[in-house]
Design a protein around this ligand. Structure first.
Ligand code: TXA
Ligand code: MG
Length: 539
């Protein structure tokens, strides 16, 4: 389809109005984000929006009007209630969407089968002119491809929709930058379904106490239906994995983690102190600027193919920051990590007695994250990394039950260094992702000290997830005897395994702390007790 690129002029908006009246679809600027508009009273035209965006048909659209009078003139709501009138008079035109039981004129395509309809009166002059010139209410979702960040610039719409829509109007950058606040008055008390430029505090001043839907800040529990269908879909998902970082140690925490594949979204004040690639979203307390920039930053990051991980500070939930929080937490798939916990990386060669040491830490209140165990689990059926492994090592690595043939994988992956590295480049990021989430889960339950038990800690650059590192070493004879007994090996096999590993000096040169374990449990316990004391003094 040919897409007309239109200017923000009366003549071009007349062209767009004609497209609307002919049953076509046009992307238009609003003060929040760009919207993809069709005549809201024409079900067939509205259906084209869903096709162009790849939007699920059960996700209803917002009807845009140019003035309050359109509501009763067209009968958009079954009843325009007193509360709705109060909100409309106070906040329209502006970034507030009000849901009520729908009037008969609303086609099913707009309400997606619900018996309510969402209406808003935008303040952007171009959107208003398009509504007036076409003399139609306009059904318009955000003008992005489904699942992408909402477009806040003309170019974002062009990138997503060229060839898929009849026209795109260039109205410059959107001022608010996040989509409108959505409130339903169809429930009692009224409920906020999506935070935006109009805050909970502002609304409550007009109509009293409202509820904030749990889905605004929390992941929808499996099996629960969302009151607003849009909340159940994966939203604002950049290609990279996004982590929100809470706590006071954001800067040192991200500085440990950044490398050439990471980006940090930060407040302006922190930019100077952060090493590596940063994207500023505004000053710490300037929530409006943060809202204005957030989607553009997410889109910019999406363009950098080398970035696979993004860290961002966890926003507060007050005022307009609740809208930033709501968008970022979805971009992060609800992954939050705590920068204030203490993580001690534990490593050492095979047979040096790491597990004995881990147990001592456990008795002292540490939670142990066992990466060996995680490594086994991430190869289980249905794990998201299995397709990558099949890609790298052959489809026959996955048997007909959907399970990894571990023997075959070992044969192919350990045949040379290059193959081993290939396997590690798939498994290590997945192992650390699960480790971070385990740390988060336990920190939510009161743990603040962790052991990250990782035999390949340094080889996999896992020390970046740790505040300090501890290597357990042991003299050769002790190690040899231990693994002969533990793994039922001949002395030759034991030596072969030991020789394939790094020497003690590899660990002692890299670790912050080194403890020698020569088999006397009391001795190890005493050494670790001393170390824990030292760590506590430093914390
Ligand atoms: O700022 C905005 O609201 C932008 C601009 C273009 O106006 N529009 C926008 O539309 O963000 P959209 O479709 O991307 O988001 C509308 C949200 C969706 O989550 C949808 O599920 C919800 O509002 N919604 C629409 N009608 C609803 C209804 N009747 N009941 C519950 N939720 C509804
Ligand atoms: Mg949207």
């Amino acid at each position: 389809m040919e897409t007309l690129l239109l200017e923000d002029t009366q003549k071009d908006i007349e062209t767009a109005a004609k497209i609307i009246n002919d049953g076509g679809i046009v992307a238009m600027p609003t003060e929040t984000v760009y919207g993809l508009a069709a005549n809201a009273l024409n079900g067939k035209a509205v259906a084209k929006i869903f096709t162009a965006k790849g939007r699920p048909m059960d996700n209803p659209l917002i009807v845009h009007i140019s003035g309050i009078d359109m509501i009763e003139k067209l009968g958009l709501y079954r009843e325009f209630t007193e509360k709705a009138k109060k909100l409309a008079e106070k906040f329209w035109p502006g970034p507030l969407t009000i849901i009520l039981p729908k009037g008969d004129c609303i086609p099913d395509e707009v309400s997606a089968g619900l018996d309510t309809v969402a209406v808003r009166c935008p303040s952007h002059k171009t959107a208003r002119m398009l509504i007036e010139l076409s003399d139609k209410p306009l059904a318009a979702p955000s003008a992005n491809l489904s699942g992408k960040p909402s477009p806040t610039k003309f170019q974002h719409c062009v990138n997503d929709l060229i060839g898929k829509v009849d026209g795109i109007i260039d109205g410059g950058d959107c001022t608010v930058g996040v989509e409108s606040t959505v409130i339903t008055l169809a429930t009692n008390p009224p409920r906020l379904l999506r935070p935006g430029g109009i805050t909970v505090e502002q609304i409550e001043k007009v109509i009293g106490k409202i509820q904030v839907d749990k889905a605004v800040t929390h992941q929808l529990e499996e099996g629960k239906t969302a009151i607003s269908p849009g909340m159940k879909y994966k939203h604002y998902a950049p290609k990279a994995q996004v982590y929100l970082v809470k706590g006071n140690s954001f800067v040192p925490y991200v500085n440990r983690l950044t490398n050439s594949n990471t980006a940090v979204i930060c407040f302006d004040e922190d930019e100077k102190s952060i090493t590596g690639l940063t994207y500023k979203i505004g000053s710490k307390n300037d929530y409006n600027t943060q809202a204005h920039r957030i989607f553009d930053v997410l889109r910019q990051i999406d363009k950098e193919s080398s970035i696979n991980t993004v860290y961002a500070p966890l926003p507060t939930t007050e005022g307009v920051s609740l809208a930033v929080y709501n968008r970022l937490i979805r971009a992060a798939a609800f992954r939050i990590i705590n920068s204030d916990v203490f993580v001690l990386g534990l490593t050492g060669p095979t047979g040096a007695g790491k597990s004995t040491v881990a147990k001592v830490f456990q008795q002292n209140g540490y939670h142990i994250v066992d990466t060996d165990k995680i490594a086994k689990n991430i190869l289980q059926k249905n794990s998201p990394i299995l397709p990558k492994i099949a890609d790298a090592f052959g489809d026959d690595i996955i048997n007909s039950n959907g399970e990894v043939d571990r023997k075959l994988l070992a044969k192919r992956a350990f045949k040379d260094r290059e193959s081993t590295n290939k396997l590690n480049s798939i498994t290590h990021p997945a192992i650390y992702e699960v480790s971070l989430l385990e740390i988060q889960e336990y920190s939510d339950n009161g743990f603040d000290k962790f052991i990250l038990d990782a035999p390949l800690l340094f080889e996999s650059n896992g020390q970046r997830f740790c505040n300090k590192t501890l290597a357990i070493i042991s003299i050769l004879e002790t190690r040899k005897n231990r693994i002969i007994k533990r793994d039922n090996l001949t002395p030759e096999e034991a030596m072969q395994r030991i020789n394939a590993q790094h020497s003690n000096s590899y660990y002692t040169s890299k670790a912050d702390y080194v403890v020698e374990n020569n088999g006397n449990f009391q001795d190890v316990q005493d050494k670790i007790a001393l170390l824990i004391d030292n760590i506590n003094k430093e914390l």
